[in-house]
Design a binder for this molecule. Structure first.
Ligand code: BGC
Length: 483
């Protein structure tokens, strides 16, 4: 389990530590300090890009790989899902590693594993070797998905923190989109090895870039290396007063000891927020986004698309996913969490139900094929503007300070495990329930999530983390803890 030092990377998407909104005023001419920060942001955000590439690449590569090795449905499901199993393990190790080895070394190890994993998948010699390298790739994804946002939130100044961390989330969707595009390009020759191998280029750049990154000042302070921390903060902030204030704030925060497991055993109110975090991440995954991310070409093939059209449509779906995430980042603090989730789950339920109806009709005309792609896009847009980024934000907001690391660790683990469940069962579901039956199932799940949102999800927009904690701990019902 992650250790006692983690800040709350997703929460800083929308809030500063004390829950006040922070404005991003990064416009205007750039000075050398800002350039340094941008360099750091770009390097660390490459971790997001790498994760996105690894999530997206399998969609296009699966069919060609399957044909080459005559893989069964079961084997293909594991080629897809081995990555999530690796990511779950990586996420569990990440807390320990980023505490004991530090953020920079953890990122470096993550980048090295990315290089090994991508090259291994490109050069694999059998189904089982591919599955093994996908697990390795997943380790890197789980490790980086935890460490990079954490590092970014610790390096950024208060007024650029939201932007830095949301850049990471956006880079994941950019990575998925680029993977879909490169899959499309290599699909003309069926070169699945190149689809995997090409990701080694950003992986190597990432690895080299990390060498030039400074240590996280917060981690240095945790290690008692105050002088070094001060030096780095002076370099990054260019303002001794600002640097001194930040060091003081970090020391104060570190005084709250993390005692998640103890609190979990003793306090039923904390158990409620842990359960809520687990429910939120399970809802995110069971909404079905990753059946589209991993299997879009497969779904489109059941709608009688030829290989090239499958790939181009998948690339367009990736683009919508990316663009809608941009929209979400702007909406989160204006609309509030509940209205966005109601809208998102309704859009997803309708998208899945329409798709099921279309598939049931046999997809004989070109119009119905176009309508199917459109529905997949609507579904992805619904996810990317709501449950995609929002569940990460909410999960970080609802946990009390003393149990935050424990609560976030469990909800993150749930995310990877339910992701695994969906990935590993989708093709079998399609065989068992039929394609339209499978989409009806996801439509029903999304409809159910509207009800769960109504019953349990709090509106945390504008609420300080302190207020949320007080309400939770005095037994206020979950959906009211943001009031
Ligand atoms: C989810 C991932 C998903 C991605 C798609 C994230 O919020 O956790 O499982 O692949 O969004 O953009």
């Amino acid at each position: 389990m992650p250790s006692d030092d983690q800040t709350n990377p997703a929460a800083v998407l929308s809030s500063s530590e004390n829950g006040e909104e922070v404005e991003n005023n990064a416009l205007g001419p750039l000075d050398p300090t800002q350039l340094k920060i941008i360099f750091i942001g770009v390097v660390a955000a490459l971790a997001g890009l790498m994760s996105g590439l690894d999530i997206g690449v399998v969609a296009g590569a699966l069919e060609f790989f399957g044909k080459r090795y005559q893989a069964s449905t079961f084997e293909l499901e594991w080629v897809v899902s081995a990555m999530m199993a690796g990511a779950a393990v990586g996420a569990v190790c990440a807390g320990w590693m980023s505490h004991h080895l530090g953020r920079k070394k953890s990122l470096f190890i993550g980048a090295a594993i990315f290089v090994i994993g991508t090259l291994g998948c490109a050069l694999c010699w059998s189904v089982s070797s591919m599955i093994a390298f996908r697990v390795i790739m997943g380790l890197a994804v789980g490790l980086s998905a935890f460490t990079a946002p954490l590092y970014l939130s610790e390096i950024a100044s208060a007024d650029s923190r939201g932007a830095m961390v949301s850049t990471y989330q956006l880079m994941v969707t950019v990575g998925i989109f680029i993977a879909f595009l490169s899959d499309t390009f290599f699909a003309y020759t069926g070169n699945w090895r190149a689809m995997f191998g090409v990701a080694a280029i950003p992986a190597v750049l990432f690895l080299i870039g990390i060498i030039f990154l400074p240590y996280s000042p917060r981690w240095l302070i945790m290690q008692g290396r105050h002088k070094e921390a001060r030096g780095i903060l002076l370099d990054l902030r260019d303002d001794p007063l600002e640097a001194a204030k930040e060091i003081h704030a970090i020391k104060e925060q570190l005084e709250t000891k993390q005692e998640g497991w103890k609190l979990f055993k003793q306090n039923s109110n904390f158990r409620r927020s842990v359960a809520l975090g687990i429910m939120l991440q399970a809802m995110q995954q069971l909404a079905g986004i990753n059946i589209v991310m991993y299997y879009a070409p497969k779904i489109l093939s059941t709608a009688h698309f030829d290989t090239q059209s499958q790939m181009w449509c998948t690339a367009m779906i990736g683009m919508i996913n990316m663009l809608a995430t941009f929209v979400a980042v702007g909406l989160v603090d204006r609309w509030g969490r509940r209205p966005i989730l109601f809208t998102g789950f309704t859009v997803m339920a309708v998208g899945m139900a329409c798709l099921a109806l279309l598939l049931h009709s046999g997809m004989k005309s070109e119009e119905s094929q176009l309508a199917a792609v459109f529905m997949l896009m609507i579904f992805c847009a619904g996810f990317a503007m709501s449950a995609g980024p929002l569940m990460w934000v909410l999960c970080a907001e609802i946990q009390p300070l003393a149990g935050r690391d424990f609560g976030i660790a469990l909800s993150t683990l749930t995310n990877w495990l339910t992701n695994l469940l969906v990935g590993v069962s989708f093709l079998s579901l399609m065989k068992g329930l039929g394609t339209d039956g499978t989409f009806w199932l996801f439509a029903a799940l999304n409809a159910g999530f509207i009800v769960l949102t109504y019953l349990f999800v709090p509106e945390t927009k504008g609420a300080t983390l302190d207020r949320i904690e007080k309400n939770l701990m005095n037994g206020t019902r979950l959906r009211d803890i943001g009031r």
